[in-house]
Design a protein around this ligand. Sequence first.
Ligand SMILES: [Zn+2]
Length: 320
Amino acid sequence: MSQHFLLSAASRTLSLRSIYKAGEDAAYQTFCEMRWPETDGEPVCPVCSHEEAYKINTRRKFKCKNCLHQFSVTSGTIFASRKMDFVDLLAAIFLIVNASKGMSMVQLSRDLDCQYKTAFVLAHKLREAIAREVHTGEVLDGHVEIDGAYFGGHIRPANAKVDRVDRRKKEHQTGKRRVVIAMREREGRTLPFIGMSEGEGIALANENVSSLSTMSADEASHWDELHNGWNVDRVNHSEIYSDHGKHTNMVESFFSRLRNMIQGQHHGVSPHYLHQYANHAAWLEDNRRTDNGTLTQIVVSNTMDAPVSRNWKGYWQRAA
Ligand SMILES: [Zn+2]
């Protein structure tokens, strides 16, 4: 039997030791190179795109020689007004990409020795940057599997039987239950969305799956409509999971990862954050055979490409 990828040396091309041994200057240089790849890390003015700037080395700032605008490597990115050292940011990204089932914010705050609030916002910003690679705007093609799974809104049964309610009834529900609907190419990308019911998947498929694709779905009746738009393989899970190549195993393994992530790391999830976890799990699925050095670079590059976050900038100041 072949070795699992995560156990192979090929999956490990970077280490925490090497990040900290190389130090703050090297980490800073990495962010510069990912922000300005076309100039090998030399600053480009974010206002006028001029390529010459004065370097204010003591504060790691630049001043454009053309328009005199002052900026830093993180100006206008998701890490704008960061306080953490670059080496710690790089380490945080490394820890997150290594955690193949996600990582709780408590663990991240312990590993980095930073406040929980800092780790919370940092992890969410990283997920937001990662989501840019998941939701590219390109439609899925080839063989595409679709499925949905419900998350959240669990109602704990009362201690005594006489106090227990019918948890299926609407008046007893929390309003926090959501469905994650995912479409996954057999040979490629995973694309998750959040909805209230699985039937919303038909409209999502219309928007996001090429009409030339073949689709796979389970026996649930709301998928019948897919036959109007695509050639569809159906598999009846009450009888068989895989029937001569007819299966939804790829999208099921995405749901398995998401469930492990939410149950094992985050212990439940608010409907506000579910899309972030779904995107994170999709990205981990799609990159499950990429080495950790490359993954770290990809995420650094995404953060340098992602604009200031409307959701997470000043989050705790607003919440206070
Ligand atoms: Zn300028």
